[in-house]
Design a protein around this ligand. Structure first.
Ligand code: BTN
Length: 244
């Protein structure tokens, strides 16, 4: 992965460029990196702040031969790759907030955006986007998010080379991806759960506009979050969970 790399000083979103290149038949692993994004986007059409030049903002193309229904597991694999990379470089205890955020001490450090083009039973391609706050200082976040986010510099006091972080992440991702394609997600379930934010705690969530609660007991092999109440399990896919 990342053998072919496209770097831009500034773009609207690396996701858009990745989609464009994928449609032009760019190979698996094709990587787009930028210093700054004017229209970074997150899940659920949210904006993702990434104008700042101190982050790792990148997207890469995958062409996995798996059913589209399994694609979201790659978000979980990406989160594990981020956790491994952060642990190799620091003594921090990063956590995964299901399905796609990485937190440190309850604050968001990184986000993952997984998008795909598929038809019925075949994936044309996937684009995985990662945004990680690396060398931001506290005053570099806007007022509306500054209490909810953090960076590697804020947490450790150390400055990290962004390029090295991305390279090391890709190395970790590649190993996980190969094993995932061979063995499926089950091999990584335990590792994922070890880093899960609020595992074992009571969560409240909404389904069809009704509010429920249950103990967060783990992740299902298919990527669903599992809660349990009075011995009955519930599987959450994209339900809105009240995390804080
Ligand atoms: C989220 O927090 O919901 C996901 C954030 C994903 C951000 C990354 S930054 C690189 C890539 N380009 C984007 O526009 N988004 C992703």
């Amino acid at each position: 992965l990342g053998q072919t790399l496209e770097y831009h000083e500034q773009v609207e979103s690396t996701q858009d460029i990745a989609h464009m290149r994928a449609r032009e038949n760019a190979p698996e692993g094709y990587l787009i990196v930028t210093d700054s994004q004017l229209k970074g986007r997150g899940r659920l059409q949210r904006r993702f702040q990434s104008e700042n030049k101190n982050g790792g903002w990148f997207s890469f193309i995958l062409r996995p031969d798996i059913p589209p229904l399994h694609a979201q597991k790659l978000t979980l694999i990406t989160a594990i790759a981020l956790i491994r990379t952060i642990k190799q470089k620091t003594t921090l205890q990063p956590q995964i907030k299901w399905p796609n955020d990485v937190l440190i001490n309850g604050r968001k450090l990184a986000g993952i955006l997984t998008e795909m083009q598929a038809e019925q039973d075949r994936i044309h391609y996937m684009v995985i986007g990662v945004g990680i706050n690396i060398n931001h200082r506290p005053d570099e976040f806007s007022d509306d998010i500054k209490d909810k986010v953090t960076s590697l510099l804020i947490e450790t006091g150390d400055h990290f080379k962004r390029r090295h972080f991305i390279q090391d992440f890709l190395k970790n991702f590649e190993a996980l991806y190969e094993a995932f394609l061979k063995e499926g997600f089950l091999t990584f379930k335990e590792e994922w759960e070890q880093s899960a934010f609020r595992l074992g705690e009571e969560l409240t969530y909404k389904k069809n506009k009704q509010t429920f609660s249950g103990t967060f007991i783990g992740i299902h092999e298919d990527g669903a979050l599992v809660v349990e109440k009075d011995g009955i399990k519930d599987y959450l896919y994209s339900a809105e969970i009240d995390w804080f």
